[in-house]
Design a protein around this ligand. Structure first.
Ligand code: NAI
Length: 250
């Protein structure tokens, strides 16, 4: 079940947090992993070593999804190293929270550029080799409950994550004839560096609104991604899988 032996997965923002858990989970299922991450290279090198310790091949590239040339170079590096690409997880994401009245244009643009433009650049870079290889493929975009329901103080982030849902559905239609599925995962609140500094009262309020009554873990998200990446999910495309303890029910 969920066997990914012989597959190659590309994970953006894979050095830490949810991305790292996805890398380790896909590697545990048998995939070789390439990571593109703009953060501290030592963190990415550690994740690479941890993947290799699972017996898989790994590639770590420092770079930003905001630069289309770096996205192209990343895909090319993965193809050079592993000869194929089967799975792309557009996971890199940032927040720059502020109320609209106070949000600067830089904060608006920075979030859109990483979360939405970055996913578009990586998708564009990966589809040509996927089409050419005629092996099908999987693209999984990391959306958010904030993109489904909106969140005060997150106009930029909510817009980027809602945009990812549109991108997911458009690409699902465009790539379906090539057996490439495109789906989104919408995490609720997951304990990572991104969320650890949320004010305690906000964390409590979120817990109170979550039917399952607690935050999720990075492994909850990695499990959903592993399923969508697998052969078992071959007939699922254009969907948004909420992994949020029941926070948003649509
Ligand atoms: P994180 O901040 O712990 O990890 C994000 C990773 O992306 C970091 O390794 C960072 O260096 C990398 N990154 C940032 N900008 C980049 C760029 N321009 N190019 C390449 N890499 C870049 O965040 P976390 O919590 O692991 O989030 C991962 C994804 O899940 C994000 O897309 C986030 O929006 C989404 N998400 C997270 C939730 C949470 O509660 N933690 C909830 C809903 C969605």
């Amino acid at each position: 079940m969920l066997d990914l032996t012989g597959k190659v997965a590309l994970v953006t923002g894979g050095a830490r947090g949810i991305g790292r858990a996805i890398c380790l989970r896909l590697a545990a299922q048998g995939a070789d992993i390439a990571i593109l991450d703009a953060g501290n290279p030592a963190v990415g090198e550690q994740t690479k070593a941890d993947i290799e310790a699972l017996g898989r091949r790994a590639l770590f590239v420092t770079g930003s999804v905001t630069d289309p040339e770096q996205c192209d170079a990343f895909v090319k590096a993965a193809l050079d190293a592993f000869g194929q690409v089967d799975i792309l997880v557009n996971n890199a994401g940032i927040t720059r929270d502020d109320l609209v009245m106070r949000m600067s244009l830089d904060e608006w643009k920075a979030v859109l550029e990483v979360n939405l433009f970055g996913a578009f650049y990586c998708t564009k870079a990966v589809v040509r080799p996927m089409f050419k290889a005629k092996r099908g493929g999987r693209i999984i975009n990391m959306s958010s409950v904030s993109g489904q329901a909106g969140q005060t103080g997150q106009a930029n982030y909510s817009s980027s994550k809602a945009g990812l849902i549109g991108l997911t559905k458009a690409c699902a239609r465009e790539f379906a004839s090539r057996a490439i599925t495109v789906n989104a995962v919408a995490p609720g609140f997951i304990t990572t560096e991104l969320t650890k500094d949320l004010p305690a009262e906000l964390q409590e309020a979120i817990r109170a609104q979550t039917p399952l009554g607690h935050f999720g873990t990075v492994d909850d998200i990695a499990n959903a991604v592993a399923f969508l990446a697998s052969d078992e999910a071959a007939y699922i495309t254009g969907q948004v899988l909420a992994v949020d303890g029941g926070l948003v029910m649509m």
